[in-house]
Design a protein around this ligand. Sequence first.
Ligand SMILES: NC(=O)c1ccc[n+]([C@@H]2O[C@H](COP(=O)([O-])OP(=O)(O)OC[C@H]3O[C@@H](n4cnc5c(N)ncnc54)[C@H](O)[C@@H]3O)[C@@H](O)[C@H]2O)c1
Ligand SMILES: O=C(O)[C@H](O)COP(=O)(O)O
Length: 586
Amino acid sequence: MACTKATFTFSQYCSDRCSSSRRRRRASAVSFFNGNSVMRLSSHRGALLTNNVLETSKSKDKSSSNNNIILVSEKLGEAGLKVLREWGDVECAYDLSPEELCSKISCCDALIVRSATKVTREVFQASKGRLKVVGRAGVGIDNVDLQAATEFGCIVVNAPTSNTVAAAELAIAHLAAMARNVARADASMKASKWERNKYVGVSMVGKTVAIMGFGKVGYEVARRAKAALGMNVVAHDPYASADRASAIGVHLVSFDEAISNADFISLHMPLIPSTHKIFNHTSFAKMKRGARIINVARGGVIDEDDLVRALDDGTVAEAALDVFTEEPPAKDSKLVKHEKVTVTPHLGGSTKEAQEGVAIEIAEAVMGALKGELSARAVNAPAVPTELVAELAPYVVLAEKLGRVAVQLVSESRDVKVVYRSADLDTRLLRAMIIKGLIEPTSNSAINLVNADFIAKEKGVRISEEIIAGVELIDSIQLQISNVISIEGKVKYGSPHLTRVGSFDVDVSLEGNLILYRQVDQPGMIGRVGTILGQHNINVSFMSLGRTCRRKMAIVAIGVDEEPSKEALQHIGSLPAIQDLVFLKL
Ligand SMILES: NC(=O)c1ccc[n+]([C@@H]2O[C@H](COP(=O)([O-])OP(=O)(O)OC[C@H]3O[C@@H](n4cnc5c(N)ncnc54)[C@H](O)[C@@H]3O)[C@@H](O)[C@H]2O)c1
Ligand SMILES: O=C(O)[C@H](O)COP(=O)(O)O
């Protein structure tokens, strides 16, 4: 998904009205997981709007614990092991080779890992269906093949909150230690030297730190940098709430603004396709000369070769790194050995307190999943029963696409009202898919039916729902986004279509690349835009124009086969009659 312009201001055109009549939802019970533990959810009228159906039971019922074998492949806090032992036989086997892990796994019901164990497709294959739960004792799940886990009907759970403060503290420790040359001065003294002039540092007070990723860890770093170190704090996070930032005196700014003015740049975004190597020679070149970088997020967000070059030529003064593309890095890694770099071996989550918290959090999540309960900590997609998939499949796609459109039209899509026009509907799956569309492209959480409400709540995204009497299973789904704009979609000929934007009727297949804008309804516009696209060698697949009256405003959607360049979009957007142009990748 890409978004060339995140803000879309159709407010004056939002005149959609919704009937307040609400239909009774059919009581239903649906199983969401295949495999040995079939999980069942019951829904009834009103429950979805008020209840979080995701509960982790604290029950210590051991009646069916006899056969559970839990393999712990990396060091886990004793408190967590204690919880697990109440529920099954726990085997701790550290430093297993991939082959050893594969040979052990066929006898295990649950596997608990941290960041070093690679839980690959081969591991799921070798488990021959016995492995029911993988518990990641920590946040990042990039070492677990979620797709394979889902295909093999294995639930993956993580512990996303217990090491937040620990990671933030390490970021601050790195920042301060780098500014004052602590590690190098220590090494120098241990080499029997006394080099006071060599290790003159830089001050932190009054300097600007850019927090790149204003999520759980970023927020805690920002708070500490501001309150404890007296720094100016700016943050970049396309999906963070400006209110949450301003509440602690932090300004949200663009990526370029953040990196070009900061003395220190601290990275706290997830490693997802859009952040992979986002810090590269282009971004280093935009930085204030002599900026200092701290990374306790994931090594993969930095192009490490480019960083070495930027350090060599002085573009970047210093870097303090806890995480690396390959862990452990090669013994002769130029980056690790670089004189301007200080490193720690992925210690962000490694405090006694955090490890204790993570261990308990993951043990409870794993235990709950083994008992067949729905887990709020589940991160992979559930296997939905075939009957349900068959019935809802096209609407599921529509729901996710509408969520994706919404987040691209209004970057802060935090208040979303969903109005379903339907004959009879259990909305849980659709709501989960809308949440997935709204949140997943901007986060490292994989969102599914199990965790959607939980994550929406955690991210401050409020979803409310209304069902209006319709004729078909689902006539339409409408999203009213943050009181800014509403969009509506329908399934037409089996595929998802955008059918309304604000008060304009459109008919747009929600697939591929889409250019969307408002324009003054006047002759010659289609020709002008078509000519620009032609000049940029972009093929138009369809064009749809919606208007409420002649020669006023109209909305135009153009499907394009190729992704337009920034220049092409700017060229179209610069036509005087055109406003609020966005490019959507669906
Ligand atoms: N070193 C360690 O031991 C350690 C410990 C904990 C967390 N982590 C890592 O720290 C990172 C942050 O963890 P968290 O718990 O705060 O996650 P989080 O999901 O709470 O926050 C991540 C934030 O990044 C934002 N984001 C997404 N794309 C972005 C982009 N292109 N630019 C800027 N921001 C973007 C998201 O909107 C979100 O607010 C993750 O990569 C996690 O794996 C490392
Ligand atoms: O993602 C995480 O939670 C951190 O990177 C910590 O990883 P660890 O459990 O391997 O210390």
